[in-house]
Design a protein around this ligand. Structure first.
Ligand SMILES: [Zn+2]
Length: 189
């Protein structure tokens, strides 16, 4: 995101009959083709200073849908072993990582992966790894989960949810999520 772009804070309401959340002033473009409600944000690329830690909701969604590089928005790299991803190392938390993992970070191109792994100390400190995945179906969204409150919906948690999970009706989506399958960890880029 750029500092000239702000995440909006519009009023949310609870729909009748347990149908989930909606915007009080909802318009057609607020939901995707599956009926999931998406976070609103203004679009002003190049306005102000870049905020590298924040991914704009529209650009994340586009990059993830079209498999574009999360850094430069060019096509992500792909070879016989699959599409290239740069993701946090979770091998200690669950066996078989990253097989089946849900990711909200779009893939990367080779030059950006090369540059990021060599010059970005934050990535190394956080223990990111480069992997390839042959299969990476769109799984659902990441966002804020709400429950019914006395007046307005109350945020309870955040995290990924599948499109076929009824709980998705209570989520304000901010990222498109894929799951990674048939993965290879790349040790030498
Ligand atoms: Zn790139």
């Amino acid at each position: 995101m750029w500092s000239g772009e702000t995440a909006e804070d519009p009023r949310l309401v609870v729909l009748p009959n347990g149908a989930g959340i909606a915007y009080a002033d909802e318009i057609l473009g607020d939901r995707d083709s599956r009926g999931v409600l998406w976070d609103r944000a203004t679009v002003n690329p190049g306005q102000g200073a870049p905020r590298f830690a924040k991914i704009h909701v529209h650009r994340q969604r586009r990059a993830m849908r079209k498999l574009l590089c999360q850094v430069c928005a060019g096509p992500a790299d792909r070879n016989d072993d699959g599409t290239l991803w740069l993701i946090p190392d979770r091998t200690r938390e669950w066996s078989g990582w990253p097989e089946g993992m849900a990711v909200a970070e779009p893939p990367v191109c080779l030059p950006c992966a090369y540059l990021a792994t060599r010059v970005c100390p934050a990535l190394r400190a956080e223990g990111h790894l480069v992997i390839r995945a042959r299969e990476h179906p769109i799984h659902g969204v990441d966002g804020t989960h709400y429950r019914e409150g006395p007046h307005t919906p109350v945020p309870v948690t955040s995290g990924p949810v599948a499109f076929d999970d009824p709980a998705v009706r209570w989520v304000l989506a901010s990222k498109l999520v894929r799951t990674l399958h048939d993965c290879t960890v790349i040790t030498d880029l």
